[in-house]
Design a protein around this ligand. Structure first.
Ligand SMILES: Nc1nc2c(c(=O)[nH]1)N[C@H]1C(S)=C(S)[C@@H](COP(=O)(O)OP(=O)(O)OC[C@H]3O[C@@H](n4cnc5c(=O)[nH]c(N)nc54)[C@H](O)[C@@H]3O)O[C@H]1N2
Ligand SMILES: Nc1nc2c(c(=O)[nH]1)N[C@H]1C(S)=C(S)[C@@H](COP(=O)(O)OP(=O)(O)OC[C@H]3O[C@@H](n4cnc5c(=O)[nH]c(N)nc54)[C@H](O)[C@@H]3O)O[C@H]1N2
Ligand code: SF4
Ligand SMILES: [Mo]
Length: 676
């Protein structure tokens, strides 16, 4: 049979944004592989996505519109036609708008696909035209972005293709072996050439396990650790004063703050040995090139914006930006934002100003009786809030409200879809066209449809186009095709304008923002002054540092990512699930012994917000006083039907408005059979 190979892009929320090659025979995709030509993908896909065809062709995919036929959450639906489904959705949304105003409608979406077109384009137009509440989409990395941008401004940062030049790498709150396996290989290249790798993480993650050295601060105390390192740098005279005076502000103030912060005091706060802090600080300053690579994990704390500003100041203080492969990387904001779908959202379609609800406060938004107008309709795509939003007890209580009209566009029957009134079947990446950005490297990737949509599935854009028609929205904006959306986005993005053909033909192009291989050797920072702003501020975590709360809830809980799921995606797929069938809770032997908990025993973990039950893995992979419950499993995998998300908080950081998932106090006890 005739065989062809189609350029696609992994759409999942991962900094690696892999270029995929899809083999198609006749009507059917028969293989997916990483593009061997792509400098980051290097010919392989990760263990989450290498069997992507199992997802596309899964028997339990939602392939037809469904209408609820039972109580919310019990999973009884009946198949309906697209016509009937769209009539119901249009009728439901118009009724809510007429009775309570457009703001009673809440859109809810995140990065289920990172495709710029299937993300939030036609959907945004429809929501804007309805005058729906605006969703603040800051559930992931914005606390850290606020922090590093405060120090070095919008920047391409250190291109991962330059990382192999580094000879000292501080991996800070990042577990790339699981969460960015292709970027990880760039650090392996550096190691092969002799780099030392130091991981900063309370948990012995896969990455920490193979590092040369592992520092284990208490969650949320990273700023204290970084201040201790900077103090040791200055005590040893290893700072790069010339570079700082030429390219940074705040140098003298920084010295003043450091003078008041002896390493020993920092060590007490973060729980890392002072000699180790001082030595690692001096090694970082004395080795060239030296690189700090921040992860997303260390910024889920109340003090994270200040912490990320502080950590980003360490490589500036030591002049690390001078060298190829030296400096600071977190998210290359300059390249990630170079191609933006924001103008496609058409905020001009809004009838007037609307309120904003933060996506991490969905629980409150759905249950707060004082909210005026109340949320009466929820339209959800590219996200699974029943699993990934904090304070699950409140989120589920909201989703179960009988007076809430819920529409979910999905590929699978997630915990969120289970609560829908109407479910619309969504295509996978092989069935629609898109352009995918990266928040880890500097490439933009094209994704062609390889096969026809399965069943009656439709791309998000097409579902919203048809809905617009049902709603009587007749602006030409609601008839633009996906290709027209892509073309206008690329044409209005200067670094890629005129390169659409190249992008489509090769599958990917590198975004060049003109900063070269050492973007800030001579300053040129994205701050207003063009100079870096040196900072050293420790703002304590909300719960971890709360001594009173610690009396009742003596343990800190962190809920990082797990190896074979991507957030809650893939947790329902047979291969991935069978490799990690149960959610583990890592418990240090001392904490287990103090509570009479044996390895493998079921434990109940609780605080004032909620509780969950799962099996204890007693191991010093956990730090004393800190429990680790990787996230992503669906609720049915937990003994009592609630996940670790039942304990997490809806509180937000001040800068960046991000949730503080890893700033969480709990207690645990053996779970008795009578109390599952
Ligand atoms: N396999 C897999 N890959 C993924 C994802 C996934 O779910 N699974 N999710 C994707 C998404 S959306 C994102 S945002 C990225 C996230 O990628 P990462 O940043 O790697 O995410 P996490 O696993 O949440 O956190 C990394 C580490 O930070 C540690 N940590 C927690 N609190 C602190 C702290 O206070 N200080 C320090 N120093 N460390 C701390 C955790 O123990 C964890 O080992 O990964 C993406 N890739
Ligand atoms: N406790 C705790 N909670 C966390 C985190 C944590 O570290 N700890 N991390 C947070 C972070 S960093 C993030 S980014 C969020 C992630 O939160 P979400 O973005 O909600 O992530 P997923 O769980 O992957 O859900 C994405 C959903 O989109 C669907 N989907 C994929 N492609 C398409 C498509 O083309 N169309 C439609 N309609 N649907 C599609 C998938 O089937 C999946 O169900 O979770 C946050 N929650
Ligand atoms: S999830 Fe990440 S590493 Fe895996 S294929 Fe997708 S982009 Fe690549
Ligand atoms: Mo994320």
């Amino acid at each position: 049979m005739a065989q062809r190979v189609v350029h696609a892009a992994c759409p999942h929320d991962c900094p690696d944004t892999c270029a995929m090659l899809v083999t198609v025979e006749g009507e059917r995709a028969t293989a997916v592989a990483g593009d061997p030509e792509h400098p980051i993908t290097a010919g392989f896909l990760c263990g989450k996505v290498s069997n992507y065809l199992d997802r596309v062709y899964a028997e339990d995919r939602i392939l037809h519109p469904l209408a609820r036929d039972g109580a919310k959450g019990d999973g009884r639906f009946r198949q309906v036609s697209w016509d009937e489904a769209l009539d119901r959705v249009a009728e439901g949304l118009l009724r809510v708008r007429d009775e309570h105003g457009g703001e009673a409608i809440l859109p809810y979406s995140y990065a289920g696909t990172q495709g710029l077109i299937q993300g939030n384009t036609m959907s945004a137009r429809v929501m804007n035209a309805l005058g729906a509440t605006s969703l603040e989409r800051t559930i992931c990395a914005t606390a850290g972005i606020a922090g590093v941008v405060g120090t070095h401004g919008i920047s391409p940062e250190v291109d991962p293709e330059e990382w192999p030049h580094a000879r000292y790498v501080l991996v800070w709150g990042w577990n790339p072996m699981s969460t960015a396996p292709h970027l990880w290989r760039k650090l392996l290249d550096a190691r092969r050439a002799g780099a030392r790798l130091v991981v900063v993480d309370p948990f012995r993650s896969r990455t920490a396990r193979v590092a040369d050295e592992h520092l284990r601060p208490l969650p949320g105390t990273d700023a204290a650790l970084a201040i201790g390192m900077m103090r040791a740098v200055v005590d040893a005279g290893l700072q790069d004063e010339d570079w700082c005076r030429e390219h940074a502000d705040g140098y003298d103030d920084l010295l003043g703050v450091l003078a008041e912060h002896p390493v020993e005091r920092c060590a007490e706060i973060c729980g890392v040995d002072p000699d180790t802090i001082a030595r690692v600080g001096r090694e970082f300053a004395a080795t060239r090139p030296s690189l700090v690579r921040l992860g997303v994990g260390a910024q889920r704390h109340l003090g994270a914006p200040a912490a990320y500003s502080t950590i980003a100041s360490l490589p500036a203080l030591t002049g690390a930006w001078r060298d190829r492969g030296g400096g600071c990387s977190y998210i290359p904001t300059a390249t990630a934002a170079a191609v933006s779908s924001h103008p496609l959202e058409r905020i001009d379609l809004l009838p007037g100003p609307v309120r904003t609800v933060n996506m991490a406060q969905l629980g409150d938004a759905l249950t707060d009786e004082a909210l005026a107008p109340p949320i009466r309709a929820l339209v959800c795509w590219n996200s699974n809030p029943a699993s990934i939003a904090p304070d699950q007890t409140r989120v589920l209580a909201g989703l179960r409200r009988d007076d809430l009209f819920t529409v979910v566009l999905e590929q699978f029957m997630t915990d969120t879809a289970l609560h829908a009134d109407v479910i619309l079947p969504a295509t996978t990446q092989l069935e629609h066209e898109d352009v995918v950005f990266s928040w880890g490297h500097h490439y933009l990737t094209w994704s062609s449809p390889a096969i026809e949509p399965r069943g009656e599935a439709l791309p998000n854009t097409e579902a919203f186009r048809r809905l617009a028609e049902r709603l009587g929205l007749d602006d030409p904006a609601f008839r633009e095709t996906d290709r027209e959306l892509i073309d206008s986005m690329l044409a209005s993005s200067p670094p890629v304008a005129g390169r659409a053909d190249e992008l489509r033909e090769r599958g990917w192009i590198k975004i060049d923002v003109g900063k070269g291989s050492t973007p800030h050797a001579e300053g040129g920072f994205g701050t207003a002054s063009g100079r870096a702003l040196l900072q050293a501020r420790y703002e304590p975590p909300a719960e971890v540092a709360d001594a009173e709360l610690a009396d009742r809830f003596p343990l800190a809980l962190v809920t990082p990512k797990t190896h074979l799921f991507l957030n809650s995606t893939f947790a329902n797929q047979a291969r991935q699930h069978s490799a990690q069938p149960e959610p583990p809770l890592f418990v240090h032997p001392d904490d287990a012994a103090a509570r009479g908990i044996a390895d493998g025993a079921l434990v109940r973990v609780y605080n004032d917000r909620g509780e969950f039950t799962c099996a204890a893995h007693v191991s010093d992979d956990a730090r004393p006083g800190v429990l680790v419950a990787p996230m992503g499993w669906w609720n049915r995998d937990y003994a009592a039907g609630m996940s670790s998300q039942a304990t997490t908080s809806q509180r937000l950081t001040e800068l960046g408005h991000a949730p503080i998932f890893n700033d969480n106090r709990v207690e645990m006890a053996a779970a008795h059979p009578s109390r599952p």
